[in-house]
Every structure is written in C-alpha cells, then in structure tokens.
Design a protein around this ligand. Structure first.
Ligand code: ZN
Length: 226
C-alpha cells in the first residue's frame, strides 16, 4: 500500500495531499504540498500523559529546543494535570483525543461530543489552554466523527507516518520507519503513553539529532498546517 493509502484511515474517499475538504470541512492528514513546509516535521504523541514517559519525552524535546503536539486522553489528563500544564508552559501544542480513548466506530454523536467536551474542560482546567485539534482514536473518522468535530469547531488531524511504537516496536524499528518515510511536511504518529515498556524516548534521542542535521525543522501541527 502506498504512503497516502496508509495515511488516510478515513472511510471517506478523500483525498488530496494537504487539507482534505469534505463538505468544506478540512481533515488534515497529509501536509506536504506547500514548498515552505518541505523541511518541516510535526512530531505528535498520543494517549498521554504518562507518569514516566511524557516527562522523559518533554526533557528530550527541551534539550533540543523543539516543539511537538500531544493528543491527550482525558482520563490521563485528569490524573496528571501538572504534565498538561508543563506541556503548555514549555510551548508545545495539545490536541483532544477523547476522554476514554473510546472505540469510536458505532458511537453516537452525543457520546463522542461528551468525550471531546470532557477532555476539553480538563485541558483548560490544567493549563488554561483551548485546543481546536481533534485526533479520533485509531484514526477513525466516519461521518459521525466528522459531523461532531465540525459542530464543535475542531479540525481533524491524522498522521502521515505511523511508527507503531505502541506495540511496542523496537527502538531500531521506530528509527527506521521515520528515517525511511520522512521527506518533509510529515505528521509523525508516536505515543507518550505505552502500556508496556516504551522505546519511543530512546528512538527520539537518535531521530531528532539526525533530522536536525539533515536540515529539518520541528513544528507543531498547527504550524505545519496553517
Ligand atoms: Zn490513541
């Protein structure tokens, strides 16, 4: 399957490269057409905050002075409000990833809206930050998800490179996936919450300096898609 095919998990037939317009509603899944995004990469971390790995990842990002985007889950935001506050204080972006990492296929619009709303409130209470980015769990963006997101003024954000780090993949596998698929304008999917031991921080310590040496700039999702 080609790169675009892997990326676009939407049931919709979507799709052009950058912002995909479905009934005038943008779904940002592939962000590499503008020449000025050619050397930009957005690292994204899903499912956190995690009591250990998120701080570790924030430390690494801080060492290199780069910004990333965290798609947080409400149950974790509730448990670690101080990490949400740290993410914002250090200049990172936060997106909404539902309250309970809900299995979204088949969920009603009111259930999905409730999941988004509860998480939105938790993010705001922790950091004073209001997000307009929504990444549905597992990248599922059916008609109901699109409709709810649109009504709540959220942009749907998927990814272009899936590191499959949640499995967890080995450090080498994560590094190889990123280095073989990145050529600018990418949204890279990683996880700061992994149920087992995570190799993501160790992989980042290799990936970030390599890509910086190659001339890439790390930006938030909003910076990439604007
Ligand atoms: Zn997730």
């Amino acid at each position: 399957m080609g790169k675009i095919g892997r990326i676009l998990r939407c049931a919709a037939s979507v799709l052009t490269l950058l912002s995909i317009s479905v009934s005038s509603f943008p779904i940002f899944a592939k962000a590499k057409i503008e020449s000025d995004t050619k050397r930009m990469i957005a690292l994204t971390f899903d499912d956190g905050p995690h009591g250990k790995y998120t701080d570790e990842i924030l430390d690494i990002l801080g060492e290199y002075g780069i910004k990333a985007t965290f798609f947080v889950v409400g149950v974790c935001a509730e448990k670690y409000p101080q990490i949400i506050a740290r993410e914002i204080a250090e200049g990172h972006e936060i997106g909404n990833h539902t309250y309970s990492h809900i299995h979204i296929n088949g969920a009603s619009d009111s259930v999905i809206a409730g999941e988004i709303d509860k998480t939105e409130q938790l993010i705001f209470e922790s950091s004073g930050y209001s997000t307009t980015l929504f990444r549905p769990p597992e990248g599922v963006c059916n008609d109901t998800v699109r409709s709810v997101a649109k009504n709540m003024n959220y942009s749907l954000v998927l990814w272009t490179v899936d590191t499959r780090d949640w499995i967890p993949s080995s450090k080498e596998s994560i590094i190889n996936t990123v280095m073989s698929e990145v050529d600018g304008g990418e949204i890279i999917l990683m996880h700061d919450y992994v149920a087992k031991n995570s190799n993501t921080p160790d992989a980042l310590r290799v990936i970030i300096p390599k890509l910086l040496d190659m001339g890439y700039t790390f930006v938030t999702v909003s910076e990439l898609i604007k």
